[in-house]
Write a protein that binds this ligand. Structure first.
Ligand SMILES: [Zn+2]
Length: 126
């Protein structure tokens, strides 16, 4: 991989990281904001509508799920940036072949070529 290509992927990773960082902190604000009168400790202020409570907790669960995913991608991006520094970026960590350019364009933070990713996924599912 040429220096220009490395630079291209570094820029893409940094841009993804910035965007995810913004999303995650916004989501965290939403998910962790106290609901109704809970924060004041005055239970009589809390409106009890079971339907509202149910839909509210569903949404919260989805938001937290999303955060977990984005947090995981964020650490993958950090690892990829680390690999750029170490000069191992773009090489499959499993078979040490070069990862095809198209795959890196689609998933710049990937650590495996498609063949290994499939094999590892199949193993994880077993
Ligand atoms: Zn591989």
């Amino acid at each position: 991989m040429t220096a220009a290509e490395i630079d291209h992927f570094r820029r893409r990773l940094l841009a993804m990281r910035r965007r995810l960082g913004a999303d995650v902190s916004e989501l965290a604000d939403e998910a962790l904001r106290p609901v109704g009168g809970e924060a004041s400790g005055n239970l009589s202020d809390v409106p009890i509508h079971l339907a509202d409570l149910a839909s509210g907790s569903d949404e919260e669960e989805i938001t937290l799920d999303l955060m977990e995913n984005e947090g995981r991608i964020m650490s993958e991006i950090d690892d990829a940036l680390e690999r750029i520094e170490q000069g191992t970026f773009g090489r499959c960590e499993n078979c040490h072949e070069e990862i095809p350019r198209e795959r890196l364009e689609a998933v710049p933070y990937t650590r495996y070529c498609i063949r290994c990713a499939r094999e590892l996924q199949a193993e994880a599912d077993r």
